[in-house]
Design a protein around this ligand. Structure first.
Ligand code: GDD
Ligand code: MN
Length: 377
């Protein structure tokens, strides 16, 4: 009997995301149903929050200057939160060489977290800026990324646009895991966007219609996933929040397993906070409500089904010993682990599920970690 319960929970756990995936896959090639004007070039403000980024900030600013977008239509606002490692000095040094672009450095007296810094930076954003773009220091944009994102704002129904991420995993002990994870989620995010909107954004390049951003009160201080939460709040207002595959961004991935798992756990903690907060809200537009319901299920409940199924299988092995059901289940998993093509997606999936469950527990026991420890790459 316990073996059947385990099997039943396991089947729900694995079939729910698979069904969703195959449903989404059919929408991946749908048209956007947007009227995009390729000549649209609004004024932009790029917000770069920095905490302990002295090593990377120079390269990051150089990278922004390589974007295929008119310099006179963009400004950069770097917001540093009392880094103390020379980040601000690096920026000042960088600013001495004229770049043809307006660059401002604003400094917070003390560190209060990324969202707090972004809101502080918003006060210095040029009056003329119609789109506010945020980006992290530890990522590089492909040359066309910004232009590819911004063009979508020519359609007035678009409120927020984000990139797809290419992990830079060379030399990492986790090689393969982050790549498989990204490959899967890129398809999911783009397909959700085609249907209407996605509820998970990438702070490495996330752009917001200024008017919509102001309407939702800027960036949230009580939810770690500032990027996803802001985009979803904007989508709740009826705008579309989309992830576009033409805008590609490379991000650095921690090298050791330990650092990688810490990094993934903290990100998971923040996503869980985001889903919990958004589910409490009333009145979600219909198309968004569907995506939100399934994503919240997959992030909040589904990992526990797997863990319960696992514990039930172990209990069954101890109490009922090898039953027919147990034997088949064990044989199937052994087969999956034997085939390299199945092994990698499987390990990636299990890593994510364990991380999500652990992150939920950590949110409850340790706290939200809205101000997070920097994980070295
Ligand atoms: N000014 C300021 N103040 N900047 C900060 C602070 C802060 O307290 N904390 C972090 N930052 C900056 C970092 O310097 C970096 O440029 C950016 O915020 C992202 O920090 P990372 O340490 O690289 O975090 P991540 O890559 O794991 O974060 C991802 O998840 C976050 C939500 O969990 C990214 O997608 C972030 O954009 C996202 O906010
Ligand atoms: Mn990062």
């Amino acid at each position: 009997m316990i073996d059947l319960i385990a099997l039943f929970l396991g089947l729900i756990h694995f079939s729910a995301p698979l069904i969703y995936y195959f449903y989404l896959k059919r929408h991946l090639t749908d048209p956007w149903n947007l009227s995009v004007d390729l000549t649209y070039k609004p004024n932009l403000s790029l917000l770069v929050p920095t905490y302990l980024e002295a090593q990377l900030i120079g390269d990051k600013l150089d990278d922004l200057m390589r974007q295929d977008y008119p310099r006179d239509l963009m400004e950069v606002v770097v917001v540093d939160s009392a880094s103390g490692d020379g980040t601000a000095e690096e920026v000042r040094e960088w600013m001495k060489v004229p770049s043809g672009c307006r660059v401002k450095l604003v400094e917070e007296g003390m560190r209060r977290g990324k969202a707090h810094a972004l809101n502080y930076g918003l006060k210095w954003v040029d009056e003329a800026a119609e789109v506010v773009v945020i980006t992290d220091v530890d990522c590089l944009w492909e040359r066309r990324a910004l232009a590819e994102v911004v063009k979508y704002f020519s359609d007035a129904t678009v409120g927020a646009v984000t990139c797809v991420k290419i992990p830079k995993t060379e030399g990492s002990a986790t090689v393969g895991i982050e790549d498989t994870y990204r490959e899967y989620y890129t398809k999911v995010r783009v397909a959700e966007s085609k249907i209407h909107s996605t509820v998970v954004f990438h702070g490495e390049l996330a752009a917001f219609r200024r008017e919509a951003l102001e309407k939702v009160g800027g960036f949230p201080l009580d939810v770690g996933a500032d990027d996803s939460h802001t985009a979803s709040l904007i989508a709740m207002q009826g705008f579309r929040s989309i992830c576009v595959p033409e805008a590609r961004v490379t991000e650095l991935v921690p090298q050791s397993w330990k650092a990688y798992l810490q990094w993934r756990t903290r990100r998971a903690q923040h996503l869980i906070q985001h889903f919990t907060a958004i589910l409490r809200m009333a009145r979600t537009p219909e198309k968004l409500a569907r995506v939100l319901a399934i994503e919240a299920f997959l992030h909040l409940f589904n990992p526990w089904l797997l863990l319960t199924a696992f514990v039930a299988t172990l209990s069954s092995l101890m109490i009922e010993q090898l039953t027919q059901v147990n034997t088949v289940v064990i044989a199937v998993f052994a087969l999956i682990l034997l085939f390299p093509t199945l092994r990698r997606p499987f390990i990636t999936w299990i890593t994510e599920q364990v991380t999500l469950a652990y992150a939920q527990a950590r949110n409850l026991v340790v706290g939200k970690e809205i101000i997070w420890r920097k994980v070295s790459k």
